[in-house]
Design a protein around this ligand. Sequence first.
Ligand code: AMP
Length: 190
Amino acid sequence: MNSICIFCGSSKGNKAAYIEAAVHLGKTLAKRNIKIVYGAGNVGLMGEIADAALAENGYVIGVIPEFLKGWEVCHDGLSELTVTETMHQRKQLMSEISDGFIALPGGFGTLDELFEILTWKQLQLHQKPIGLLNVNGYYDHAIAHIKQMVAEGFLKEANLDLLIIENDLEALLEKMNSFPVRETEGKWIT
Ligand code: AMP
C-alpha cells in the first residue's frame, strides 16, 4: 500500500491511549513511506496524526469540503490539500486516491466514513483492505453489534471479514498488506 486513508475523531477522546495511538500511527506510516490521506482537520486525533507524520517528514494529503475549511479547522501545513464542494465529493476522492483505510476511535463522522467504505466494499465497488484499530477496546460494543447483525440475519457471516480488526497497529498493517483480493459475498440474505 502506497497510501492509506485514515478515519478518526475530530476530538481527542478522554484517554491518553487515543492520542498515543494516533501519534504512533502517524509516525509509523511516515517511516514506512506510506502517504496519509485524511479529512485535513487540525483538531482532535486528526490533527495529532497529521502533525506526527509531518514531524517525521511524512506525506499527508488532506481533502476537505469548502464549508469545513471556512470553520478554520483546516490544517495549514499539509503536503497537499484539496478542497471539494461537497462531503460526498470529499469521500469519493479520498476513496479513489487511497490503497486502504484505517479507522481509529472517533464519533459520528468516523463511524459514517468507516461504514460507508465498508458498504461500498460489500457492494463490490472496491476491493481495498479496511482496518479497524480497536484502541483500548473502544470499539468492543460496535464489534459486538456487528456480530448481532449476523445473529439476527442482517449481515452475512462471510462478510464479517470485510473488516480487519486488530488492537495492534503493526499486526493490522501486516494483515491489510496480505489481505486476499477476493470477490465479496453477495450482499443480500434471502
Ligand atoms: P468525528 O468522528 O465525528 O469527530 O468526525 C471525524 C471525521 O469526520 C473525520 O474523519 C473527518 O473526515 C470528518 N470531520 C469531522 N469534523 C471535522 C473537522 N473539524 N475537520 C475536518 N474533518 C472533519
